[in-house]
Design a protein around this ligand. Structure first.
Ligand SMILES: Nc1ncnc2c1ncn2[C@@H]1O[C@H](COP(=O)(O)OP(=O)(O)OP(=O)(O)O)[C@@H](O)[C@H]1O
Ligand SMILES: [Mg+2]
Length: 376
C-alpha cells in the first residue's frame, strides 16, 4: 500500500483563507502540501516539486484554473487535478472536464468532501502505479519466456547436430578399426599404423567436441587471475606442438613485445585461443597450394588493450563465410566440424568485455585479432 506521506499536493487559490483551510485539513491526514496564490507561481512550484495532485480554484487572477490545468496536463499528463468551483461556474466546469480535470469541489469547501475527493485521486494514482508494476513484471515474464524458447530450440538444434557428428565419428572409428584389423591380419605394420592414425583422429575430435559441449553448457563466472605471459605462451606452444605432429606447419610465437603478465580467466582464454588455432591448423591442412604453411601467434599491449594476433597462411575464406563464422553450428567442414569453436571463443572474449576481429583473403590468409581490456 502507498504511504500517504509520499503523496504531495499543490493547493492553488488566490484566497488565503481557503488555502489555509485546505492546508490544515490535508496536512492533518499526512499529505505533503505546497501552496500557491496564483497560476504562474503554481506552475513554477509544479515544475520544481512535481506534486502528484493539484487542487486549484477555477477563477483566479493572472492565470485562471483552466489554463493552469491545461499547462499541468501538458507537463505531466498523469497529474490528478481537482477544481474548486463556485456557483454558476457551469461553463468553466465543462471546460475543465474537457481538459481532463479529475473532480470538482464546490465552494464553500466541505472538508469531508475534500477528503473523499483527494482519497479518490490517491486511489487512481495507486492503481496506475500497480498497473505500471504489473506491466513491467509481465514484460519481464514475456522476455524470460522467449529466452527459454530460444534456449530450447538451440538445445534441440544442438542435440541434432551433435548426434549427426557422433554418427560421423562412429563411422570414422569403424573405419580405423577395420584398417587396423586388416593390417594386423595381413601382418602389415604400415596399415596398422594407418588404422591407429584414423582412430587417433577420431579420438581427438571426440575430445574436442566434449570440451566444447562442456564449455557451452557451463555458465560460470570468470575466474580472473594474473598470468605469467611466458608460462602462458609455453602452455599454448605445448598444446599446438602436439596438434602439429606429423604436419609441416610452422608455429611461430613472437613474445618480444608482450607485457610480462596478463589478467584473465586462464582456462577460458586458453580454450578460446585453441579453438582459433585449431581452425588455423585446419585451414593450412585444407589449403591445396603447395607452399610452406605457418601460423603466427603474438600477444601485444596497445594502450589499455591486450591484443592477440593469430595469423595463418592457409585456405582463407570468402566474405560470405566470414559473415557467419561466429554463428552457433556454422561450419564449412561437413562431418569434420561442429561449428562450436568460434561461437565459444566469441562468447568467452565477449564475457571478458573484449572483441574478436577477422580479416581474410580467400586462398591466401586469415588473421584473427582478439582485443581484451588489459587490467594486469
Ligand atoms: N583460419 C581460418 N581459415 C579459414 N576459415 C576459417 C578459419 N577459421 C574459421 N574458419 C571458418 O569458420 C567456420 C566456423 O569455425 P568454427 O571453429 O566455429 O567451427 P568448425 O571449425 O567448423 O567446427 P568445430 O570448431 O566445432 O570443430 C569454419 O568451418 C570455417 O569455415
Ligand atoms: Mg573450429
Amino acid at each position: 500500500m502507498i504511504d500517504i506521506n509520499q503523496i504531495s499536493i499543490l493547493i492553488v487559490d488566490d484566497e488565503e483563507d481557503i488555502r489555509d483551510v485546505l492546508e490544515i485539513a490535508l496536512k492533518d491526514i499526512g499529505y505533503t502540501v505546497f501552496l500557491a496564490e496564483n497560476g504562474e507561481k503554481a506552475l513554477d512550484l509544479f515544475k520544481s516539486e512535481k506534486p502528484d495532485i493539484v487542487i486549484t480554484d477555477i477563477k483566479m487572477p493572472v492565470m485562471d484554473g483552466i489554463e493552469l490545468l491545461r499547462r499541468i496536463k501538458r507537463e505531466k499528463l498523469e497529474t490528478e487535478v481537482l477544481m474548486i468551483t463556485g456557483h454558476g461556474d457551469m461553463d468553466l466546469t465543462i471546460s475543465s472536464l474537457k481538459n481532463e480535470a479529475m473532480d470538482f469541489i464546490t465552494k464553500p469547501v466541505n472538508v469531508d468532501i475534500l477528503e473523499i475527493a483527494v482519497g479518490k485521486a490517491v486511489e487512481k494514482i495507486v492503481a496506475r502505479q500497480k498497473l505500471a508494476e504489473y506491466t513491467e513484471k509481465l514484460e519481464l515474464l514475456i522476455l524470460e519466456k522467449s529466452k527459454l524458447a530460444d534456449h530450447l530450440s538451440s538445445l534441440g538444434l544442438m542435440i541434432g547436430t551433435i548426434s549427426h557428428n557422433i554418427k560421423g565419428l562412429l563411422t570414422n572409428l569403424d573405419g580405423g578399426i577395420y584398417v587396423a584389423q586388416s593390417g594386423l591380419k595381413s601382418g602389415n605394420n604400415k596399415t596398422v599404423e594407418e588404422g591407429i592414425g584414423l582412430l587417433e583422429q577420431a579420438a581427438d575430435r571426440i575430445k574436442k567436441m566434449i570440451m566444447d559441449i562442456l564449455l557451452y553448457s557451463k555458465e560460470r563466472k570468470l575466474d580472473k587471475t594474473v598470468v605469467d605471459t611466458k608460462i602462458f605462451i609455453q602452455q599454448i606452444k605445448d598444446i599446438i606442438k602436439l596438434k602439429l605432429k606429423g604436419t609441416s606447419i610452422d608455429f611461430i610465437c613472437n613474445d618480444s613485445h608482450s607485457p610480462p603478465t596478463l589478467y584473465f580467466d586462464r582456462e577460458f582464454i586458453v580454450a578460446a585461443l585453441i579453438n582459433i588455432l585449431d581452425n588455423a591448423i585446419d585451414a593450412c591442412k585444407a589449403d591445396a597450394q603447395n607452399k610452406e604453411h605457418e601460423i603466427r601467434f603474438e600477444i601485444l599491449k596497445s594502450s589499455d588493450q591486450l591484443v592477440i594476433h593469430i595469423k595463418d597462411n592457409g585456405c582463407g575464406m570468402d566474405s560470405q563465410t566470414k559473415e557467419k563464422i561466429f554463428d552457433l553450428f556454422f561450419s564449412s567442414k561437413k562431418t569434420k566440424g561442429t561449428g562450436f569453436g568460434l561461437y565459444i571463443s566469441n562468447s568467452i572474449v565477449k564475457q571478458h568485455g573484449g572483441l574478436i576481429q577477422v580479416s581474410s583473403i580467400k586462398g591466401k590468409e586469415t588473421e584473427f585479432k582478439i582485443s581484451l581490456p588489459d587490467m594486469a
